[in-house]
Structures are given as structure tokens and as C-alpha cells.
Design a protein around this ligand. Sequence first.
Ligand code: FES
Length: 176
Amino acid sequence: MAWSVKPSATTQIERRDEPWLNDDMKARYREIFLPRYAESMGALMPICHDVQHRYGWISPQAMEEIAAFLEIAPADVLDTVTFYEEFHTEPTGKVVIGVCQSITCEACGHQAILDHVRNRLGIEPHETSADGGFTLLAMECLGSCDTAPCALVNNRRYDNLTIEGIDRIIDDLSRT
Ligand code: FES
């Protein structure tokens, strides 16, 4: 896949009036996270996790607010958020399906499962269905190579996956 270049310097950030990091969150970060680290940068990961778990994604405005809170460059927050698959820079669907694409799962048939999910849901990896129901991800090793192929679905790992198995999971979650 070719790199796609984004005009970051001129991109307009969508903003809302209500801050993403409210006073309670900041007070908690000051009390719990900051004292653990010699540098404020150390608290970046736990804060990103907290924002991600609270909202399901980390908006550009939230990244700026995190940077201002930690007195670091917004680019450092962006670098971190975009490096880790755990973090989402856009809202996700109700169900997030992450099919492992690392080497063991690749050798054990991940492509057939990924293709099946792509075709069934009509979305490519890192896209969300138009109804907001599903987001599909292609993820790196989920740490369970002995049970490949695997997928992480709404933060629960499913092992020894088959096409029938992923269909059952999608059917079940479509009903909830
Ligand atoms: S390669 Fe898929 S879990 Fe390790």
C-alpha cells in the first residue's frame, strides 16, 4: 500500500465548545498519573488510554488538550496516538473487529477471514460501516500465536478462528 500524505499543516481541526479533558479528568491525572513519572511525558500513555476508554476515540482537539495539559508538543501526542492500534483517531462502530495479520495468523489463514469480513460488511480495514455498526481493523500480533488465527472483537480475543466462527460472532453481535 502506498503512503497517503495528508496536508496536516493546513488541516482544519473540528472543535466543540465542551472540552474533552474536563476538570475532573485533569484533577485525577494530577493526583494519580503525574506523580508516577519524572517527566510529564511519562503520563501520556495512561492519559491516552483514559481518553480512549472514556470516548472510544481520541479526537484531534483532545490531542491538543492532552498536549496543553502535559505541556508537550501536540505532535508528540499525535505520534503516540497514531503509532498504537489501541487508539482510534476517528469514532468507531459499535462493534470493532480486529483481525490479526501478523506472521503466524497470516500463515494460518487470516486472509480468508479478513476477506470474508470485508465482503460481508462491505468495508475495508480501518473503515466503519455506513450505519455505524462495525469497524474493521487489520491488527498486529495479538499475543496468542499458538491459537492462530485470532481476532479481537470489542476487546475480547477469539482464537482458532474459522469463517463460520467469525460469522457466528458477527451474527451474535448484530443482534445486541
Ligand atoms: S500472529 Fe496473530 S496472534 Fe500472533
